[in-house]
Design a protein around this ligand. Sequence first.
Ligand code: GUN
Length: 298
Amino acid sequence: MTDPKLIDGKAFAENLRARLARQTAALKAEHGLIPGLAAVLVGNDPASEVYVRSKGKATKEAGMNSFEHRLPATAGEAELLELVRLLNADPAVHGILVQLPLPKQIREAAVIDAIDPAKDVDGFHVVNAGKLATGGEGMVPCTPLGCLMLLKDRLGDLSGKRAIVLGRSNIVGKPMAQLLLRESCTVTIAHSRTRDLAAECRRAEIVVAAVGKAEMVKGDWIGEGATVIDVGINRIPAPAPDNPGKTRLVGDVAFAEAKPRAAGITPVPGGIGPMTIACLLANTLTAACRQRGVPVPG
Ligand code: GUN
């Protein structure tokens, strides 16, 4: 028996990926359309290599086309912008993802700005951020989109619920807050300067933690019956008596303390991580349909 309090992002993501694979097969059969995702990796940061490889694998498993482009760590901004220009113009490429972070000599904002907003499957372009904020139909960043899917699956209608988002990054915190607002939640965005964070958190029925600090959110910060979404993926030393040098993954929430108070909580790993990749595939399929003018499958 699975624990009813656990929000199983891994299982949800597997179902979503299976559905996207069926929809991709139907698009191919009915419209001759194969969604294509181009991933660009500059340099050889080991974590980014792992992400890009697993994104490519998932793309192919869904039956989509995966294009991988690699540039050396010494590549200049102009070289990357030229590649983005080529990908924008390529009709086989429906989604473009430039893996972040980029080497120091390249301005991330300039690169994101250069991506065609219709192909911006990360949802980072200012046009897509603006559409999300103003109620338009753009591309939504993958991690917050995955969090929202899990929340709606668990809670149904979110309207009127008090939600707190811990963290104000452009990639997670801000778009997450916009998505919750769109669902008619009452949203608080908390950050490093927030006074009495514990009390703010305790009032919330929905807690989304995206601060990147291992186990920062303590058990008594969680209100009785709250639903907790933990976006953090932090590597910390494993406790003795494990081998020295070993590490383990923990979230931004002190899971063992928080779980008894929560009605539902995502684990780390196996919570939001798998949802991000599944949502990237969903965005690629959506982008392909919109570009071709065929209905986006439900
Ligand atoms: N680096 C870490 N997360 C992400 C992501 O979601 N998209 C991109 N492009 N780079 C990242």
